[in-house]
Design a protein around this ligand. Sequence first.
Ligand code: GTP
Ligand code: SPV
Ligand code: MN
Length: 602
Amino acid sequence: MTATTVRPPPTKLNNTKPDDLNPAVQHWIDQCIQLCKPDQVYWCNGSAPERQEMFTQGVKDGVFIQLNQQKLPGCYLHRSNQNDVARSEHLTFICTPSEDVVGPTNNWMNDKAAYTKLRPLFDGCMRGRTMYVCSFVMGPIGSPLAKVGIELTDSLYVAVSMSIMTRMGDVAWKQLGDSDEFTRCLHSVGDCNPERRYICHFPIDNTIWSFGSGYGGNALLGKKCLALRIASYLGHQQEWMAEHMLLMGATAPDGEKTYVAAAFPSACGKTNFAMLIPPQKYREAGWKITTVGDDIVWMWVDEKSGRLRAINPEAGYFGVVPGTNYHTNPNAMVTMAKNSIYTNVALLPDGDVWWEGKTEQPPKECIDWTGQKWTPDCGRKAAHPNSRFTAPVINNPALDPAANDPAGVPVSAIIFGGRRSRAIPLVYQAFNWVHGVYLGAALGSETTAAATGQTGVVRRDPMAMLPFIGYNIRDYLVHWFRMRKKMKDCPRIFHVNWFRKDDQGRFMWPGFGENMRVLKWIIDRCHGRAYAIETPLGWMPRVQDIDLEGLNITHEDFLAMQTIDNAEFKAEILSQEELFLKLAGDLPKEMVFQRELLISRL
Ligand code: GTP
Ligand code: SPV
Ligand code: MN
């Protein structure tokens, strides 16, 4: 048995049930208690001392291993069940009365049928366990878009993670008041059997039922389930947007600040881009990048200015560790150095952690993510490819001053990008919003370890939202056009690919901090300062428009990164059919036109 399947003994934590509990909450929790039959109910207050107590309890229960507290104060290791290491997209459902609401890209279940199917699984599932009541707010307190959720879970790991990832506890009870507008999130790890694993969303009931997994995206229900699937559904109804995007501020030497949002699919570089540290010469010149968010943004059109504004609904990062080190992402390394959870990384003899890519030289030995002894020649990975850190945003040395601002920040650019080893250039700009929406809709990316299934195969991932759109993709795409009509001035839209490889299989672009050079062109384009040439794909920088000084990249190398190979690109357009055929007659006409225009330009 691994950690997540152990039934924790009753805990002795503080227990802070609010005196004046909202009757709608009381009623719903009573129903869930009746169904799940926990031995006891523990009310979380989200405080730092409580989190510490939970870690201590988790160590006793075998859920956490305390790490070296000199090197990593407040940090703990969690090993998940080995069949529970990534999002389970094929077990994720949107449950509504009719299938048309969810469209061709979601798994659908009839809502009544889903409750009927899941109720027996939840029935008695918390016997011998504790039910943790986690009340939380997604979004800065006081933001008109902020949403309250309550997650009932029998996983201590999930409860602690929620206290890092969200604004948890009393703030949520206060924000909710006596309203019944909260997302009802019920979660049990059950016996962690993939045969009995379901992540079901009931957008009409503002309800999420997740059973049989303890993994982040399946179990931290405020994150992908609420802040993307349920939120995108609400955003469509209420004219705002929930997107799988990072949000960063770029401060230029003259103090001008530009906010940029970017949608890259899972494990395709959002956290890294959001925490970018510019190359030395840019820092010396006065450039600074600050993080508002690394995974999710909520955006709306400000009535007064007519501009798109955005907030990050989260309070923590659930980031990929493999490949992260003091060269690629120093801010992430600092962020996860205290008060953080490491999930499925390797454990070093001195209680420190390790993962592939942390250091050039692997350790002589360690305990791998499955708890087995590991040596560099054993032929296995020490950390799981989707191993993660969970850290509070306040740890980030580059946290943007507006990260907590309920009024959000104005968005000047939206960037779409995928992981593409071939065919797709480093950077280009859409001709206009409609063209940009087409670029986003046609986004392709090689699959990664963030979801179970084959990795490295190109799939269409519209706006990096394929697994997260909580309703019909047809309506989702139309929503992007509708939102434009509300704006006086719209963000410019760009497409990037940090992952193009040469014939030897090496990345052509150095990536990470050097992405600043591309970002600078993007920012200058937003402010009407940079030059570009028209190509069939969109506006592209000339070689002299991107600063290559100090890089080991020749003009020819750069041109190779920007090459549009007509044959390769025609194949790309053909492979877009996969998605567009699914949409068939439902494809918005703007998409069809854009596609035809592109074909004729090529
Ligand atoms: P999710 O949390 O799953 O949504 O992922 P993400 O989009 O935040 O991706 P993240 O920044 O964690 O990066 C995923 C992997 O890509 C890590 O192994 C990074 O080291 C690697 N990566 C990120 N940026 C770059 C880049 O510019 N170039 C290269 N070559 N690799 C990168
Ligand atoms: C992703 O897969 O896009 C993640 C990790 O950010 S999870 O929260 O598990 O979805
Ligand atoms: Mn993500």
